[in-house]
Design a binder for this molecule. Sequence first.
Ligand code: BTN
Length: 328
Amino acid sequence: MKLSERILTLLSENPDGYTSGNEIAERLAVSRNAVWKAVEKLRSDGYEIDAITNKGYRIHHEPDRISAGAVMKLLPQTETPFRVTVVESISSTNDALRLRAEEGAPEGTILIAESQTSGRGRLNRSFYSPKNSGIYLSALLRPTIPAPEALSITTAAAVAAAEAIESCCGADTKIKWVNDIFANGKKIAGILTEAAINLENGRLDYAVLGIGINIFDPEDGWPAELTGIAGGALSVCPADRRGLRSRVAGTFLNLFWRYYRDLGGKPFLNAYRARSLVLGREIIVDDGVSRRRATALAIDEEFRLIVRFDGESRETALSTGEVSVRIV
Ligand code: BTN
């Protein structure tokens, strides 16, 4: 955790009183000058921090930022040493974490951004990532699974996200095969899992799980092309929204990690089916070349969507690949 984040955690333990610069420096084993610089950085990020000579520092006003400390508190006790970093703005957390993965960063490295300038989605789409609205999170995984099983990471994440959003925001969440979460009839989250495959053994070298969750509608509204399609998990913004995004992020990671530790056992498969938005519905299957109408019948053990195309009697199993589905 960055020094400024550790100082915030420390100051928030004493919200009504002042904590002296000396005490902060001693407890965090840094110089007083380093404390002063970190406090200045926090101020430039929008924190109002009172400082009184001989008394110390106190948080006066805290912007509603995602806090690495608050996320860390919700993470499960595992052998994985999580490292959570929150940044104000980045091009794409997936891109940044893939670079870190190539440099050898360990499993459990988590990067969260308040906003992204080039957020990416599946099928080369962009993912709108404005500030003060969502959670843009990537997690570095080093699973020992064969490459074809990588889809189970996305499905585990979809179930964890649907459950986390439901428990923290009260939204009734559904999963649209394969990677989209819906609530109130709108897309509120999307998942993009990217992996590097070791060609010698056919296993994954690493995977970067990226998820974007819209919690609040953007301050400036949705761009025209997303209006009516994307939405915030909260249809009504609560008066006290403080800390909500940290809670959703931490709860999501906690649930995801439980599933991730037992990927092969697929403990999330039934929940994935039960939350499906497409099962039993008429859909359009788009493979990038043609669009065909079908009925979505089932999700099999490999998370493939079993459909019957109109005019055909046999069933077809769709793998995620380049296929996308739309509900009619
Ligand atoms: C989709 O809707 O197709 C997937 C969207 C995935 C967006 C997340 S936000 C965090 C991470 N960084 C990215 O650039 N993309 C993913």
